[in-house]
Design a protein around this ligand. Structure first.
Ligand SMILES: *Cc1c(COP(=O)(O)O)cnc(C)c1O
Length: 876
C-alpha cells in the first residue's frame, strides 16, 4: 500500500535511528523508577546553573565575545550594532536551549497529555527582549552589552519582526504560546516557515498602499533550529482507489510528493525553566532535481519540480477576514493555498502521531495523550487526514476512527462574517486531495443520516447542515467540517460565542446539544504588552503594589490593588508623567522614521488594526473631517477653548481589497490637508503610520489616551488590541461589540465610551436600508455634509473616492449612516472628559487595575482545564 506517509514509518523515525549514547561523566544515569544517579560533583554544577547557563555579567560578555568571533566570524574591533545584536541573540539562545532541552526531556519522561496548537499564522514580533525578560537576564545583558561599548536599546531595534501573520488571529497564537510556557503547560505550536511574511506596506505620494516583499530570512535567524533530520513526505494529486473488500479503505498513490522539514523555535516561559516549542514546516522537493533531465541538458525541466515544491511555503497569504474570492485570486493561487493547508496539517499530524507511537500505547489511547486545537478553519483538513491514517494505514473501522478523531480535535471560530467563512470548490479538492474528498463525502453521508434520523423529512435542514454547499461548483464548508469533527467548539468572546450558537452553527447546536459550544474570551500576554512595551509603568505598578513583578505578571488580577491608589495625588502624577513620556517616545519615533513633528501637548487618539470595512476606519476618518470642518467654522477665540488632539491610524489592507485601500488613501490625503492648515493645526493633527507591525504597536499603545474599537455591532469577534490599550491605561471608545463588552463589565461603564446601535438592531437596519432607504441628507445631515466635501475635492480629486463614498450612500452595509451621530456625540464626551485631567487619570488607573481577566494566562488555563484536560507539568 502506498500512501502519503509510509505506514511502517509511523512510530519510527523516518530514517533509521542513529545509535545514540549519553555523554558519560556529565549526566545522571536514570534507573527504571526514574531515580537519578549523578557522576561525582556534576549535580552541584548543573543545579547551580553553571553548565551551559549564563549566570552573571562576566559570563554573558564572555559568551557574547565568543559568539561574535566564532559563530559570526566577526572581529572584535569590527562589530556594528547588527552584529552585536546577533552576538547577544546567540548568547541568549544558549540559555534558552539548555531550558528547552530540559523541558523536552521532562515531557518525554513524564509523558503527560499534550496539546498542539495548529495555526497558519504566528505573529511573533521581535524575540530578544522577550527572551531576556523571560529568562530573567535583562539587567545582566544590559550591563554586559554596555561594558562592551554598546547600548541595548539600539541592539533591540536591529531585530526584524517575525511577521508570519496578518493580525489578531496570528498575534493571539503568539500570546498563547507565551502563556502556555509561562504557565508550564505542555503545548507545542505547529505552523509554516514562510520565506516571506506579511508584506511590507509603503505609501505612495498619492496615498496609495504599495506592497513590498518581507524577506525576513535574508539574515540568519538565531531563534530557529533547523531539524534537517525531522522530515515527512506529503503527497498531492494522484489517484484514490477504494478497496473492493468492503473495509472502506482506499489506496492513494501517484501524484506529487513533497518533503516537509522541521524548524524549531524556542518558546520560553516567564520566570520558569519551561521552554516549549513552535515547529514550523518548510517544503522542499523530495529529490533536489531531476537528474535525467539535467543530464539531457534540459536545465529548466530539471529544476521545475524543485520550484513547485518550494512554492508551498514561500509566502503568507495576506488576507484577514476576507475571502480568497474577494482577493480575486487566480485559480493557481487558490490551489497553492489549499496545498499549504494540507502540507502543514499532514506534516504536523504525522509528527504528533510519531511522538505518540514512541510511547508504545495503543492507538485507541491517542485522545488521552493529544489534544489538537484548530485555530480557525485553516487546519480543518487535519480531520479527514487523521481519518485517512486511521482507516487506510492503521486499519481501524470507520467508527473506531471517528471516535478517536472527535475526541482529539477542538475548533475555535474567529468570525461570523459570511464572506470570511472558508469554502473550497469540490473539483479543486478532488484534484489535489482525491482521497480526502472521498472521506469528506463519507463523513457527510453518515452525518446527514444521523440528522435525518433526528429530524425526519426536514430537507431544508439537511441542505443547511450539509458539508457540501450546492452550486456551480459545489463547495466544501470548512466550518461545518471543523464543527462536527471536533470534541468542542468555541468562540472568542461572550457575544461572539453566542452569535456562533445562534447564527452560523445554530442547526448544529440543535442537533448536538449546546454543551459542545463554549466560549473562551481572548487574552494578551502582559509580559510583552505591559512589561516590555511600557517598563516604566510596570515598575511603578511593582513599587506601588509592593508585590514582586514576577508574581503579578503571572497573576494579573493583582492589578486590582491599584484601585486603592486612585485618590493618591502623588501616584496619579507619576502615572500621568509616564503616559506623557510614552507620548514623547512615540513623537521621537515618528520624527526619526518619517521626519514629521508631532505635538505632545495633546490627546493621543489611536486606531490601529487591519483595514476592513467592518472595523470602520472610514467612520473614524469621516469623524476627523467633521471635527476639522467644525474647527474651521469657529472663531480663534472659540477654537482656543477646544481640546487639542492628535489622531493616529495604522494598518494594512489586503492587496486586492479595493475599498480598504481607498480608505487609506483618504486618510493620507486628509492628513496632508489638515496638517498644513494654519487655522487648525494646533488643535488637530492626523497621521497614518505606514507598515503596522507588532513592534510599531509596542510604541503606539503605551502612548494612547484613547483608542477606537468601533466595528459594526456583532462583527468583531473579540478584538485584542482593545485589551492591550486598556492594560496600558488608555481609555476605550467603542461599540457594544466583541470583548469591548467584557472590558466594560470589568472596568465599569463609567470608564469607557460606548456608542452606536446594538447587535439585535443590525438585521432590521440592514433590511430598512434595502427596502426603505432614506436619503442620507435626511437621515444624517452631518455625515452628508462631510461626504459632499470629500466629493467636492477638499482633499484632492473627489472623484477618486466615489466608490468608497457610494458604499455609504447606497446599501451602507456597515451602518455608518445609523451610527455617525452617536459617534460624534461620543467623541464630544471624550473631549469633555479629557478636559477634567484628574478624573481622566483616575479612569486610566481604574482601567489598568481591572484588566486581570484579559491576560492570556487566564485564557490558556481555561483551554487547558475545560477543553484539553491538561495539567501543568513543571520542570522539576
Ligand atoms: C493586537 C494586534 C492586532 C489585533 O488588533 P485588533 O485591533 O484586535 O484587530 C493586529 N495586529 C497587530 C500587530 C497586533 O499587535
Amino acid at each position: 500500500m502506498t500512501s502519503t506517509i509510509d505506514p511502517k514509518s509511523i512510530g519510527k523515525p523516518q530514517r533509521p535511528r542513529r545509535h545514540v549514547r549519553t555523554l558519560t561523566g556529565y549526566l545522571p544515569e536514570v534507573d527504571v523508577t526514574g531515580k537519578e544517579k549523578w557522576p561525582k560533583g556534576e549535580e552541584e554544577v548543573w543545579k547551580a546553573g553553571m553548565r551551559g547557563v549564563d549566570k552573571d555579567v562576566s559570563d554573558i560578555t564572555k559568551s557574547f565575545v565568543n559568539h561574535a568571533q566564532t559563530s559570526l566570524a566577526r572581529q572584535a574591533y569590527n562589530l556594528d550594532d547588527f552584529g552585536a545584536y546577533e552576538a547577544a541573540a546567540l548568547a541568549a539562545r544558549d540559555d534558552l536551549l539548555v531550558n528547552w532541552n530540559e523541558t523536552q526531556l521532562n515531557y518525554t519522561r513524564k509523558n503527560p497529555k499534550r496539546a498542539y496548537y495548529l495555526s497558519l499564522e504566528f505573529l511573533m514580533g521581535r524575540t530578544l527582549d522577550n527572551a531576556l525578560l523571560n529568562l530573567g537576564l535583562k539587567g545582566e545583558f544590559e550591563e554586559g552589552v554596555k561594558k562592551l561599548g554598546f547600548n541595548m536599546e539600539d541592539l533591540l531595534e536591529k531585530e526584524r519582526d517575525a511577521a508570519l501573520g496578518n493580525g489578531g488571529l496570528g498575534r493571539l497564537a503568539a500570546c498563547y504560546l507565551d502563556s502556555s510556557a509561562s504557565q508550564e503547560i505542555p503545548v507545542w505550536g505547529y505552523g509554516l516557515r514562510y520565506q516571506y511574511g506579511i508584506f511590507q506596506q509603503l505609501i505612495s505620494p498619492e496615498g496609495n498602499q504599495l506592497e513590498a516583499p518581507d524577506p525576513w530570512l535574508e539574515h540568519q535567524n538565531p531563534w530557529e533550529l533547523p531539524r534537517l533530520d525531522v522530515t515527512y513526505e506529503v503527497r498531492f494529486y494522484g489517484h484514490a482507489e477504494r478497496s473492493s473488500d468492503g473495509s472502506g479503505r482506499a489506496n492513494w498513490s501517484g501524484g506529487q510528493e513533497v518533503m516537509a522539514v522541521a524548524y524549531d523555535v524556542m518558546i520560553p516561559g516567564y520566570n520558569t525553566k519551561t521552554t516549549n516549542n513552535l515547529r514550523l514546516w518548510q517544503s522542499k522537493p523530495k529529490r533536489g532535481f531531476d537528474l535525467n533531465s539535467f543530464n539531457a541538458g534540459n536545465y529548466e525541466a530539471a529544476v521545475e519540480s524543485s520550484n513547485s515544491a518550494a512554492a508551498i511555503t514561500s509566502v503568507l497569504y495576506p488576507n484577514d477576514h476576507t475571502s480568497t474570492d474577494l482577493a480575486n485570486e487566480a485559480t493557481v493561487g487558490k490551489e497553492l493555498r489549499l496545498k499549504q493547508q494540507y502540507f502543514w496539517t499532514a506534516a504536523s499530524l504525522a509528527d504528533i502521531l510519531r511522538r505518540f507511537k514512541n510511547t508504545g500505547k495503543p492507538i485507541t489511547d491517542f485522545p488521552d495523550y493529544a489534544a489538537i486545537q484548530l485555530n480557525d478553519t485553516h487546519p480543518t483538513l487535519a480531520i479527514p487526514e487523521l481519518m485517512r491514517i486511521l482507516i487506510d494505514e492503521e486499519e481501524l473501522s470507520w467508527n473506531q476512527a471517528w471516535q478517536i478523531v472527535t475526541n482529539t480535535f477542538f475548533y475555535t471560530n474567529h468570525t461570523v462574517l459570511p464572506e470570511a467563512l472558508e469554502k473550497w470548490a469540490v473539483p479543486l479538492v478532488e484534484h489535489v486531495l482525491p482521497r480526502h474528498l472521498q472521506i469528506i463525502y463519507d463523513i457527510n453521508m453518515y452525518f446527514l443520516q444521523a440528522v435525518e434520523k433526528k429530524f425526519p423529512g426536514d430537507r431544508d435542514r439537511l441542505a443547511r447542515m450539509s458539508l457540501i454547499e450546492e452550486g456551480y461548483p459545489k463547495q466544501v464548508r470548512m466550518a461545518h467540517l471543523a464543527c462536527i469533527g471536533s470534541r468542542k467548539v468555541n468562540g472568542v468572546a461572550e457575544l461572539h460565542s453566542e452569535l456562533v450558537r445562534t447564527t452560523i452553527l445554530k442547526d448544529f447546536v440543535e442537533f448536538e446539544g449546546v454543551s459542545k459550544f463554549g466560549n473562551v474570551t481572548n487574552g494578551v500576554t502582559p509580559r510583552r504588552w505591559l512589561d516590555q512595551c511600557n517598563h516604566e509603568l510596570s515598575d511603578l505598578i511593582t513599587k506601588t503594589l509592593k508585590i514582586e513583578k514576577k508574581v503579578w505578571l503571572k497573576d494579573l488580577a493583582k492589578l486590582e490593588g491599584l484601585l486603592a491608589f486612585t485618590e493618591d495625588k502623588n501616584f496619579r502624577e507619576q502615572w500621568a508623567a509616564i503616559k506623557q513620556r510614552n507620548k514623547e517616545r512615540l513623537a521621537r519615533h515618528v520624527q526619526t522614521t518619517l521626519g514629521l513633528t508631532v505635538r505632545t501637548d495633546a490627546m493621543f487618539d489611536v486606531q490601529i488594526k487591519r483595514l476592513h470595512e467592518y472595523k470602520r476606519q472610514t467612520l473614524n476618518i469621516l469623524g476627523v473631517i467633521h471635527r476639522y470642518l467644525t474647527l474651521k467654522s469657529m472663531t480663534p477665540a472659540e477654537r482656543s477653548k477646544c481640546n487639542r488632539k492628535v489622531v493616529f491610524f495604522a494598518g494594512k489592507a489586503a492587496p486586492a481589497y479595493y475599498i480598504a485601500k481607498l480608505t487609506i488613501r483618504l486618510i493620507v490625503n486628509v492628513a496632508r490637508v489638515i496638517n498644513a492648515d494654519a487655522d487648525t493645526k494646533d488643535f488637530l493633527q492626523l497621521y497614518f503610520l505606514p507598515d503596522y507591525s507588532v513592534s510599531l504597536a509596542e510604541v503606539l499603545i503605551p502612548a494612547s489616551d484613547i483608542s477606537q474599537h468601533i466595528s459594526t455591532a456583532g462583527t468583531e469577534a473579540s478584538g485584542t488590541s482593545n485589551m492591550k490599550f486598556c492594560l496600558n491605561g488608555g481609555l476605550l471608545l467603542g461599540t457594544v461589540d466583541g470583548a469591548n463588552i467584557e472590558i466594560a463589565e470589568e472596568v465599569g461603564e463609567n470608564n469607557v465610551f460606548f456608542f452606536g446601535h446594538l447587535t439585535p438592531a443590525v438585521e432590521d437596519l440592514r433590511y430598512q436600508h434595502a427596502y426603505h432607504p432614506v436619503p442620507i441628507e435626511q437621515k444624517c445631515p452631518a455625515l452628508a455634509k462631510v461626504l459632499n466635501e470629500v466629493s467636492a475635492g477638499m482633499f484632492g480629486d473627489g472623484g477618486v473616492y466615489e466608490p468608497l463614498l457610494n458604499t455609504i450612500r447606497q446599501g451602507d452595509y456597515y451602518l455608518l449612516t445609523d451610527d455617525f451621530d452617536s459617534y460624534i456625540a461620543a467623541l464630544a464626551m471624550v473631549d469633555d472628559a479629557y478636559l477634567d485631567r484628574d478624573e481622566w487619570i483616575k479612569k486610566s488607573i481604574r482601567t489598568t487595575a481591572k484588566m486581570g481577566k484579559f491576560s492570556s494566562d487566564r485564557a490558556i488555563l481555561e483551554y487547558a482545564e475545560s477543553y484539553w484536560n491538561l495539567e501543568q507539568t513543571p520542570v522539576s
